[in-house]
Design a binder for this molecule. Structure first.
Ligand code: ADP
Length: 778
């Protein structure tokens, strides 16, 4: 706004329009004291009452009029009531009285008004009009019109303008609605064909200046029945202290600027009815006519009533619309919020919901930072540097305000580039957490609009009395302005939905950090537990190594001691058998000699075994395969040892052709001997024993199996039986020490092979073992 216009507007606002010291001449005004003496009077009484104004001054009202009793009571009560009660009462039907003039015997309508120390009576020609039924019908229809099938507000308003047009006879009626800057727009209109339309046109705030708006808020109706009227001045006995305040007057003369304004519009009569919502001027019903038009006080009372009803209905309508929109927005935000609370990945869920988030607010872009990540969806300004500028601004803003930043025109707040303006004229920024600098920003792109004004909005300014004054616009020809740098306004009915969304994001962030902390705690606990159990295992292993060492040593000692102790008696047997042979040599028959040989062989064999055992007891884990062993011979030799048992048990032994292998002969013999010994020992007493000895070539190694049809072994013992001294039976049932299979295992391991068993109770057992083919030297 330029300076001259500002100054002119200021001067215009200072004009005392509530106290013009004159009235319109379609009535007379009397100002009385409480004793009902006339103190001031409008000068037009002669034509109206047939009495000179000056003759009325200082005279009691009763000398000119007969007052109805109702008015008498009312006037008495006036001095005890407050101004606000007066003003509320002013346009009520029971504020309208009939007065009989004593001088000319005529009837007058009288509206009573109270102003400071005066009682103001405004008299108009009495017209007999019984309008109450019309009033009721119109107001009933008005209420119904708001409760019919959903219609646009503008349509409902037009419908009601028609009713008012019928009542008043005005040629053009419009609803003039104020925006937040007090510019106005005609949003609904009904009119006679010959009058120009102003529907959709905008009017600048200066057309209805602040003090005029203040008057419209106090006094619901202002009638100018003829723009060419000659004002009737108000006179009194001098000295007059100050001009009469005519805020509540119905005859008050209007500003010449306004009269000129109407004349320029080619309007001859006008009436404005205020629409007030929650104490604030929401708009006005503006009625124009192309000829003078007078409305009786009765009609004006109905008009005010309609204005008040319309205000209430519009207010309810708008509140319902807001409520509907608010609830829809809120529930949509909440729905997205619920998904966000649960989301494992907040940012990607925000991305998934971005389309809906933008749609709710009719936004074109969504930008945000969550944690250290940036969200860029839709149409967002491309330059990171410029986004950073906005970010800084918002950071600063959120430090000072705990509420969203909302604008339809960012360039009014921040200096931004054209590209930024294009994509982000509208900004709605929601702080999520100020401490962590998280926020969400909705952008609305620039919407270049053309506003059609009812004439060029800047009025002419002239110098008058040394002051700059506004001249009313001479032309109301449509005049368009292009509006840039603005988006469509944000329709945000309250912040509940946004708050719900913000809380959901915060909850997610909180839950996530708690989950991380919990997981960390769990992991720490798990690690501690595992470390503890590893420690235990390590200790157990160490204990086992120690005990294994000990038991190995024990075993070796035992084996050594036993074999050592056995050597002596064996030597004795051998020595004495040899002695016996020498002394009885010739006297023995062949059979006896073969027995002796058996004994000698047996002792020798035993001697060898003991020697080998001695050696075995010192076995270490070294590779041990240095002799060629023909297993056919070796097994035959072993079977020979069991000859007697074989005969006694009538065992059937099936023998494969066996290979030549590499190994320690004495040990391999021990191996077969132990396995066969067990097969004999654990046979089923009532079933003929069958033993199979087989060998299979497995390329790199030989696999042997000694199978019997004995008592078998339960599966749970298949591994345990290879342990040292592990026995499944008592000594009474089967003799033995539990060392046989442990030695077998050790022998096989010494030859780098494996040993295992396949067995089922009552079916029999197969002892498998492998010996690698590689012939290695020690
Ligand atoms: P011992 O024969 O001195 O008891 P071993 O180490 O040779 O000790 O055998 C361990 C255990 O395995 C035996 O007590 C026996 O219960 C079982 N066993 C070994 N060989 C056979 C087999 N051929 N049939 C059934 N059970 C067997």
């Amino acid at each position: 706004m330029n300076k001259a216009l500002e100054e002119a507007l200021q001067n215009c606002e200072n004009e005392p329009i509530q106290a013009p010291e004159s009235i319109q001449p379609h009535g007379v005004l009397l100002a009385l004291d409480y004793k009902l003496n006339i103190l001031r009077v409008s000068q037009n009484t002669q034509g109206f009452l047939g009495i000179h104004a000056e003759d009325m001054l200082q005279k009691p009202l009763r000398s000119f009029f007969r007052l109805p009793e109702t008015l008498e009571t009312r006037l008495k009560n006036y001095q005890h009531s407050t101004t606000s009660q007066q003003s509320n009462f002013y346009f009520q039907p029971n504020n309208l009285y009939e007065l009989d003039c004593i001088t000319n015997q005529k009837k007058y309508s009288c509206l009573v008004n109270f102003q400071e120390k005066y009682l103001l009576l405004e008299l108009e020609q009495f017209t007999f009009e019984h309008l109450l039924p019309d009033g009721f019908t119109i107001s009933k229809e008005l209420i119904f019109s708001f409760h019919q099938a959903p219609q646009k507000l503008e349509e409902i308003l037009s419908e009601n303008l028609q009713r008012l047009q019928k009542l008043t006879g005005f040629g053009r009626l419009g609803i003039y609605k104020f925006d937040h800057q007090w510019n106005g727009q005609i949003i609904a209109e009904v009119k006679k064909e010959n009058m120009p339309s102003y529907l959709g046109l905008h009017f600048p705030a200066s057309d209805i200046p602040a003090q005029a708006r203040a008057l419209y808020t106090k006094n619901w109706l202002r009638l100018i029945s003829d723009v060419n009227y000659t004002p009737a001045p108000i006179i009194g006995i001098p000295p007059l202290d100050h001009p009469l305040d005519l805020s509540f007057s119905t005859l008050r003369s209007v500003s010449p600027v306004h009269i000129q304004y109407l004349k320029n519009m080619e309007v001859k009569a006008s009436c404005s009815i205020s629409l007030i919502i929650d104490g604030q001027l929401w708009g006005m019903i503006v009625c124009h006519h192309d000829a003078p038009l007078y409305l009786s006080p009765q009609k004006r009372i109905i008009c005010v009533h309609i204005g008040q009803m319309l205000s209430i209905q519009v207010s309810t309508y708008e509140k319902q619309q807001h409520k509907f929109l608010r609830e829809r927005q809120e529930s949509r935000f909440k729905m997205i919020g619920n998904r966000l609370i649960e989301a494992d990945n907040l940012l990607s869920e925000l991305k998934n919901s971005a389309h809906h988030l933008m749609e709710i607010l009719h936004a074109t872009g969504l930008w945000g930072t969550i944690g250290n990540q940036e969200l860029l969806e839709g149409n967002v300004p491309a330059s990171p540097a410029e986004r950073q500028i906005l970010h800084h601004f918002l950071k600063d803003y959120f430090q000072k305000h705990d509420k969203p930043f909302i604008t339809d025109s960012l360039e009014k707040t921040l200096k931004i580039s054209d590209e930024f303006t294009e994509k982000a004229s509208g900004v709605l920024a929601l702080p999520i957490s100020r401490r962590n600098n998280n926020f969400l920003v909705w952008f609305k792109q620039e919407k270049i609009t053309f506003v059609t004004w009812g004439g060029q909005p800047t009025k002419d300014i002239v110098m008058a009395d040394g002051h700059k004054k506004l001249l009313p616009r001479a032309s109301f020809a449509k005049w368009k302005t292009k509006v840039r740098g603005e988006s469509t306004p944000w329709v945000l009915n309250d912040l509940k939905g946004l708050t719900a969304l913000k809380n959901a994001i915060l909850t997610n962030l909180l839950m996530r950090s708690e989950k991380i902390a919990e997981r960390k705690e769990e992991l720490e606990k798990e690690v501690a537990k595992k470390t503890e159990s590893l420690k235990k295992i390590k200790n157990q292993l160490e204990d086992m190594v120690v005990s294994l060492k000990e038991s190995n040593e024990e075993l070796e000692n035992f084996a050594y001691a036993t074999s050592h102790d056995l050597q002596e008696p064996l030597r004795q047997i051998s020595t004495f058998v040899q002695l016996m042979e020498k002394r009885m040599g010739g006297r023995l028959d062949a059979k006896e000699q073969s027995y002796l040989k058996f004994i000698v062989d047996g002792t020798e064999n035993m001697q060898a075994l003991i020697d080998d055992l001695l050696e075995y007891s010192r076995l270490t884990r070294q590779k041990y395969a240095n002799e060629k062993i023909d297993l056919n011979q070796l097994v035959a030799k072993v079977l020979h040892l069991f000859q007697e048992t074989i005969q006694n048990t009538q065992a059937q032994i099936r023998l494969d052709s066996l290979p030549v292998i590499a190994g320690k002969k004495v040990l391999v013999q021990q191996l077969f001997q132990n396995l066969l010994s067990n097969a004999f020992k654990y046979r089923k007493p009532d079933v003929p024993l069958r033993i199979n000895i087989e060998a299979e070539d497995k390329t790199n190694h030989w696999q042997f199996v000694v199978t019997d049809n004995g008592i078998g072994i339960l599966p749970e013992f298949h591994e345990a039986i290879f342990q040292l001294f592990k026995r499944l039976h008592t000594k009474h049932a089967y003799k033995g020490s539990g060392m046989g299979l442990a030695l077998c295992q050790k022998i096989v391991q010494q030859h780098l092979g494996n040993i295992w068993v396949n067995s089922a109770p009552d079916v029999g057992s197969s002892f498998y073992f492998t010996i690698p083919k590689t012939f290695t030297k020690t």
